[in-house]
Design a protein around this ligand. Structure first.
Ligand SMILES: [Ca+2]
Length: 134
């Protein structure tokens, strides 16, 4: 599980704009240690389920306000928020995601966050493969 934590730490750095080099583990170990959905459709359903679980807590049931976003980040992406600047990270994510500036995050904006994190995670894995093959 250590390698998954490393990936999460890397993503945190990406979000904060202060990327720092990590010593990557062999990618085969990294992938095996991470829990993955059985298939892509399952992953898509998980995304939808997770979004509405938090968006329905208050106000507009189809959008995440800042409070709901913060709860979602804390419960689903806790390693992201590990660190002293929790509030500013939530603030930055909210500002970055809220493309239409209505103070809430809709499903489309949420997917952008997940996609960005997945891309960052993929870069971590690709770098691990490249370093392992040196
Ligand atoms: Ca809501």
């Amino acid at each position: 599980m250590q390698t998954c934590s490393s990936a999460a730490a890397l993503i945190t750095d990406v979000v904060r704009g202060e990327l720092q080099p990590l010593s990557p583990a062999p990618v085969s170990d990294t992938i095996q240690d991470c829990k993955m959905s059985a298939n892509l459709q399952g992953a898509m359903e998980d995304l939808i389920t997770v979004f509405y679980k938090y968006s329905g807590k208050e106000g507009d049931k189809y959008k995440l306000n800042k409070k709901e976003l913060k709860i979602m980040l804390q419960e689903e992406l806790s390693e992201f928020l590990a660190g002293p600047n929790q509030a500013s990270v939530v603030e930055k994510i909210m500002t970055d995601l809220d493309e239409n500036k209505d103070g809430e995050v809709d499903f489309q904006e949420f997917v952008v966050l997940v996609a960005a994190l997945t891309v960052a995670c993929n870069e971590f894995f690709v770098d691990s493969i490249k370093n392992a093959n040196k």
